[in-house]
Ligand binder design. Structure first.
Ligand SMILES: [Zn+2]
Length: 245
């Protein structure tokens, strides 16, 4: 018998009480699609939220529109900034690595540690690198692994990237980690209060409209219903959480 998933109310309360949140995503629209409703709820509860987006999604161009990648990159970044702003995100940082060519390198870890230290994040959200799903984008795995390494132990030890000290970036313990896109969720956020805002934000990613078969709303609503059903929520986003303290 498959055990019924259960929500831990204390874990949920702790996550929704985060003050400084960094979502580290592989591509523009990943944070909004995976957690836009949760981001809107965190902002409404007074959190400061930033995105760190590793690529600018230059390979996410529809086949029939293949054109100058520089123009397309600018378009995707503009869309991501607008969408994030609609959710109340205070800043989006792009690392501009090439789409589809991301690896878990020391250089990438340093850039992630830098943003965690700059915000002094108490909650970091990223891709679950260990999903068994074969259709997982390799950039998601690479970003997930690099972020896990950044969160533990790199960002808590001054001996990792000591040059940050001279820039006033202090080491810190990140206490909470949320992973998206994993196989077994253990935390569900009710996004009914923020669902419309999430849809509006996603629709600002106009260059990706053709990727949403059935339309943004239809696809996202079906996903949110499916996600919430096991725990009795009408519309939800799911995560797996870990405490690091
Ligand atoms: Zn992606």
């Amino acid at each position: 018998m498959i055990p019924q998933p259960t929500q831990d109310p204390e874990a949920l309360e702790r996550v929704l009480g985060a003050r400084r949140v960094l979502f580290v995503g592989a591509h523009p629209d990943d944070p909004d699609a995976a957690a836009g409703g949760t981001v809107a709820r965190l902002v409404a509860a007074g959190a400061r939220v930033r995105y760190l987006v590793v690529t600018s999604g230059d390979k996410g161009v529809p086949n029939e529109e293949l054109a100058d990648p520089r123009v397309f990159i600018e378009r995707r970044e503009t869309e991501q900034r607008a969408s994030a702003a609609h959710l109340g995100v205070e800043e989006v940082v792009f690392l501009r690595q090439r789409d589809g060519e991301v690896f878990d390198t020391l250089e990438l870890r340093e850039k992630i540690v830098r943003e965690i230290r700059r915000l002094q994040a108490d909650l970091v959200i990223t891709h679950d690198p260990l999903t068994r799903m074969l259709r997982q984008h390799p950039d998601h795995r690479a970003v997930g692994f690099a972020t896990l390494a950044a969160v533990f132990p790199s960002c808590r030890l001054a001996s990792f990237f000591p040059e940050h000290q001279a820039e006033g970036l202090s080491p810190l313990d990140v206490h909470m980690l949320l992973l998206v896109g994993g196989d077994e969720a253990n935390l569900w956020v009710d996004i009914a209060p923020a669902f419309e805002r999430k849809i509006e934000a996603l629709m600002l990613h106009e260059s990706q409209a053709s990727a949403f078969v059935g339309g943004v709303r239809g696809r996202m609503e079906a996903r949110a219903r499916r996600t919430g059903a096991p725990v009795g929520l009408e519309l939800a986003e799911a995560f797996s959480y870990a405490w690091l303290d």
